[in-house]
Structure formats: structure tokens, C-alpha cells
Design a binder for this molecule. Structure first.
Ligand code: ZN
Ligand code: ZN
Length: 378
């Protein structure tokens, strides 16, 4: 095996690090998770960084994984694909980062050089994509190994707000790229967003960058609809009674909407989207779908519509970072609960009962000066 030279912040690299343990949130099969000891990651490939996590969060996708909906995630996997931390060690091919740097971790790891990366489809990178907390260990841990560090990490200024920026690992770029960009939101548009969870609200925040004339938010949760109005929605439509389609058509004088953003991932919400499109409308799907939907082509074939799907590429992260820095975007408004990282089991309980707990995003933190809970002397 090739020995890799590693630069580290405060300890001897591979041998000592591989002997050390850390705490991590581990998927143990459908319905089962545990916060327990795991081997501390070390640099394995030349382009890797090992990052000491200081802020992370739980994603709706993690809940899907725990339900057993994501077969690529196997028992024993450390979950999490969002995070901010301090670089602890880098491989010899990493040129843009070094130990001690504060970084934002993209949920998508990308080599930057394969054919699909060269077409800016980083989510489909031949040796990356969404792998963190999926096919390799993720960020809900004291340390994480991040492959392709040069093209998958971002420098974070020391004074930047970690709660705001950790929203840029996944949900802000997902909502923006898959919903707003693919939906081609234009000034003056009428936009409907189906689903007022964290992703739907992130789509609302980023759709507003394009000055639509109206944003109609559709959900079945009165609290989330109330929140969406505080976030700038023109109208909240409660679909508890199943009348959302009629009400959108009435509100638009029978015209329908220019953009319908699907932010749930179930057949019923896709059906609302395809039923409210104006001629020339765009249906931008964000939701993760596990079941087939019925496409009503008999009603749509002559309507000049477009339907888009996409996995987030996170190409928008640098732009979104500028908007957060400028105060134009305030994604920390999505944060409803805060925990220490070691209380992540409780955080999952809260996040899994989001409606009752009125939870959107839960933040997990670890102070930059905390020692590892399981330091091993070498
Ligand atoms: Zn996610
Ligand atoms: Zn690639």
C-alpha cells in the first residue's frame, strides 16, 4: 500500500489517527440509529481532507434513509452530508486547503475533471456525487473524510455565521438549482411552491431573488404556511381539504402559474403542480420520489410546458455565500432548534416529529476548542 504524506494540525498522521476513535451517528438498518464510537477517519486518497466538524444539521434525506428508502446506504454507515468544520489533515494532492482552515462541506463531492464534472453536472461525478453519508461515511460525526477536497470544500471566513452557511451545504443550493433555476423564475412570474418544509421555504427565499409578482405556498400545515408568509409568500394555501388546485386557478383568474415547484416528493404534490401550469409554464421537481406518478399528457401536450428534474450540483454555493455575506439571503431563519452534537439522538427525535415540534432545520454544534471525546495517546 502506498504511504501518503499528510500534514496535520496537532498530531502524528495516519498511524495514530487510524488507532483513534470518535463519536458518530451510525445507521444500523431501517428504523435504527446510534450515537457511538467509530474509527476516526484518516486521509486515504491524495485528494482527501479530514475535517473536524463544528456545525452540522439533519436533512429530510437522512429521515428517508432511516426509513430504509435509500438502498445505497448500508448498515454501519455514518450519516450526514452537510457541515462546517476545521481542516484537520490533507492529502498531498490538496493545494487549496491546509490544516486549520475553516471550511464549508458541499453535500456533493466532485473531482472537477471527469466528463460529467466538465459539463457542470457535479452531482453525477464519476468518482463522487452525493456520496457523503450515503456510500461513504458522512458529517454527523466528530470528524469526516472528504474526497476531492479542492473541488468540494469552500473557505469560510472566521467571522461568518455558521448557522447560515451550513444551509449552503445542501438545502439552499438544492432549492435554488433544482427549483428556481430549473423553473426559470422570471421577474413578474407567478410561482407556486408545493411543500413548505425546509426545502420549500429555501425555494421561496431564493425565488424572491428574481422578483416574481406572486409566490403561492401550498401545504397542509398551518404553522408552516404562517411561516411562509413571514418569509415573503404572497398567499398561503392550506390543502388540508384537497382544494389547492381550484384555489390556485381562482387566484390566477383561471390562468395558472408560470412556475410550479414540487418540494415534497409524493404523487399528490406532483399532481397539483401539473394541474396548475399556465401555457408556457415550467414544472421544476425537487422532491425525492419513491413512487410512480401519472403524467397527464392528454392535458399538457399542447401547453408548451417543461418538466425538469435534477440532483443538486452545488455549483451555486459561491454565489449563495456572497448573498449571505451581503445579507440579501438569510437562511439562518430556517433554524428552529439547536443542540450539542452529542445530543444528536434527541435532535433526530425532534426532527422526525417536525410537525408537532414545529421544527424546520436543527443545528448541531461542537465548539472549535473541544477535545475529541476519545483521544488516544500515541
Ligand atoms: Zn440533504
Ligand atoms: Zn467528476
Amino acid at each position: 500500500m502506498r504511504r501518503i504524506e499528510v500534514t496535520t494540525l496537532d498530531r502524528e498522521p495516519t498511524d495514530a489517527a487510524s488507532a483513534a476513535t470518535m463519536k458518530a451517528l451510525i445507521y444500523e438498518g431501517p428504523g435504527r440509529r446510534a450515537w457511538k464510537d467509530a474509527p476516526r477517519p484518516a486521509v486515504r486518497d491524495a485528494g482527501d481532507a479530514v475535517v473536524r466538524i463544528t456545525t452540522t444539521t439533519i436533512c429530510g434525506t437522512d429521515v428517508h434513509i432511516l426509513k430504509g428508502d435509500v438502498p445505497t446506504v448500508t448498515p454501519g454507515r455514518i450519516l450526514g452530508h452537510e457541515g462546517i468544520g476545521i481542516v484537520d489533515a490533507v492529502g498531498p494532492a490538496v493545494s487549496r486547503f491546509r490544516a486549520g482552515d475553516r471550511v464549508l462541506i458541499s453535500c456533493v463531492s466532485a473531482c472537477g475533471t471527469c466528463d460529467l464534472c466538465r459539463r457542470a453536472m457535479y452531482s453525477h461525478c464519476r468518482t463522487g456525487g452525493w456520496i457523503l453519508g450515503n456510500t461513504i461515511d458522512g458529517t454527523q460525526a466528530e470528524y469526516v473524510r472528504t474526497p476531492h477536497a479542492d473541488t468540494s470544500l469552500y473557505h469560510v471566513p472566521a467571522d461568518a455565521d455558521a448557522e447560515a452557511l451550513v444551509m449552503l451545504s445542501d438545502i439552499l443550493p438544492t432549492a435554488f438549482e433544482c427549483g428556481v433555476l430549473n423553473g426559470k423564475v422570471q421577474p413578474g412570474d407567478t410561482v407556486a411552491i408545493v411543500g413548505a418544509g425546509p426545502i420549500g421555504l429555501a425555494a421561496l427565499l431564493t425565488a424572491r431573488l428574481y422578483s416574481p409578482a406572486a409566490i403561492l405556498m401550498i401545504d397542509v400545515d398551518a404553522n408552516r404556511l404562517q411561516l411562509s408568509r413571514q418569509f415573503g409568500a404572497t398567499t398561503g394555501i392550506d390543502n388540508s381539504d384537497g382544494t389547492a388546485i381550484d384555489r390556485v386557478m381562482a387566484l390566477t383568474n383561471g390562468a395558472g402559474v408560470d412556475v410550479a415547484i414540487e418540494a415534497v416528493g409524493v404523487p399528490a404534490s406532483f399532481d397539483i403542480c401539473q394541474s396548475i401550469l399556465a401555457p408556457g409554464g415550467r414544472l421544476a421537481n425537487i422532491g425525492v420520489h419513491g413512487k410512480p406518478v401519472t403524467l397527464h399528457l392528454e392535458k399538457l401536450w399542447d401547453r408548451n410546458i417543461a418538466i425538469t428534474t435534477r440532483l443538486v450540483d452545488t455549483a451555486a454555493i459561491p454565489m449563495l455565500m456572497k448573498l449571505v455575506d451581503a445579507g440579501t439571503l438569510q437562511p439562518a431563519r430556517l433554524v428552529t432548534h439547536r443542540f450539542r452534537l452529542e445530543h444528536i439522538m434527541k435532535a433526530y427525535d425532534i426532527f422526525s416529529s417536525a410537525a408537532q415540534e414545529r421544527a424546520l432545520k436543527v443545528i448541531l454544534t461542537r465548539s472549535p476548542s473541544d477535545g475529541s471525546s476519545q483521544e488516544v495517546q500515541s
